[in-house]
Design a protein. Sequence first.
Length: 628
Amino acid sequence: MYSSFRKERHTANSFIEKNRRVIALTLVIAISFVIYIHRLFSMQIVQGDSYRMQSRTISSQVLHIPAQRGEIFDRNATVPIVINTDSFAVEITPAEIPTGYYDTVTTRLSYYLGISKFDIDKRIPSARRKSYTAITVKMNVPFETIANIAENRTDLPGVSWSSRPMRNYVETGSLSHILGYVGEITQEEINVMYNQGYTRGSIIGKTGIEKQYDALLQGVPGSESRTVDVRGRIISDAPIITPPQMGKNLVLTIDTRIQTLAEKTLGERVGAVVVLRPATGEILALVSYPYFDPNIFSTDDAAAEYLKLAENPDKPLLNRAVAASYPPGSTFKIIMAAAMLNEKTLSPLEKIECEGKLLYGNRIFHCHVHEPGHGWLDLKNGLAQSCDVYFWTLGRDYLGIDKIAKYATLFGIGKNAAIDLPSQSSGFMPTAEWKERRYHERWLGGDTMSASIGQGYVLATPLQVANMMAMVCNSGIIYKPHLLKEVRDPVTNDVIEEVQPQVLFRSDIAPDVWKTVQEDCRYTITDGTPQYPMRNRLVQSAGKTGTSEVAQYKDSWHSWMVAYAPYDAPVEEQVVVATLVEAVNDWEWWAPYATNIIIQGIFANQTYEESISALGFNYLTQNRSRME
């Protein structure tokens, strides 16, 4: 009986043990199934997009094909002034170099490219030397070098090349400040523009039009897609190619004939010239000297060349026409005349006596004509003779700094001129409140007197001075100055966009005021200080000279001239010319002569040499040659 009981107990234990094993196995299967389902759900639903992206990355390799930048033309849109020329980029795919041969290959390649091995190593750090991604080690490589590399390709495993068009500035000289230049994108620029389609190795505009309209000039890169394994090795010889789209072509408002005329007229004098159409704001010429050759930024020595330019005391990288501010001197008296006439604070016929000096407080202010002075002058003659005493009195006793600042601001002084360039100065127009806040000093009558003749704290760019005269031409309107005329399709040459005139500043000055100012500016040319250098039988002009004293150069002055012509023509046919010659040059009062030469050349369709001959100014250039 006991034996039977033990047998039954053993059977029961075996059954329980078997059930435990079944339960444990079932539980393991169930848990595994749950984990599998959860993982499957996570991979397909929660992380599906991420894995699909990784799958595409692993299964295909996409190489970018750079697009050619759009070309740039002058206003005639016939011959480009910026083009693309054939060039190549040399690349290395590090993982294709046999183990142990990296240094040998890169040393050989550095010899062919004419660069140091160190330069190549900087492009290919140790962490990337097993990569199957091609890395650019040198751009702008000529065909002859590529041919040499091709002949020795068996000794250069992993080395390849591709076509990369290079920017070629056909017209250089003073156009450099307008066009700017391009260069490889920096890491700092990528950080800012990463969401605009730019990548490492992108060529972008750095200054000028190249930078201002980079998005239009860039074009759309193409791509070449190949199937690769997980290590990036190509396993398919049938790439899918999406061709790049060239960037848009730009037509500028610049007339290269007038640009060359203005450039030669200014010569090797530190300064600037602006030529614009007052009725539209179109810039016909924009010259700043000294200038630079933008083609140097496509060479291997680009960094060194940039450093030379940046350290040059004459600042050739500075666009003096729009980005440098100067005391406008007596050209500012045009604003004073308009303010006086509109405020009716003094009759234009009432005369003020100039004895060559003016005593104020414990200081004597000397007019530019000391003894015996200009005598009794009304507004017309005060402007024509550029009498400081007249305008000192007008500003101090009749207008005051608040009214002067109000009208200067109407003319755009101290405001952004909004030209389509990435860097520009707004100039400056001081007020009593500004001086107290800035220097903790009270505004004095002497400050008002200085401001009345465009000195002291007043600053303006040559472009702003040109705009000031444009407001006179337009009887109260300044149009936004612009360099872009049209955007064109690079394939069909169809006009995609045409820039229309836009009002930048509009004044509420009475119409009769403008008529008087125009007449007085004409009288200044015929009977005033510039009557001899501005004498012209072909075309009548109206304008104002200016000399502004520079504190850091004793007995030195900036030479200004701003004029418009033809005086007797509709505003649609007129041009404004503003010329500045800095005080660093030998004093020769060149600005009015230069302005007249440019006006002569524009309307007589003459070169610089033909213009000075027609005006009888040959003796001036001869004198300069002897002086040099």
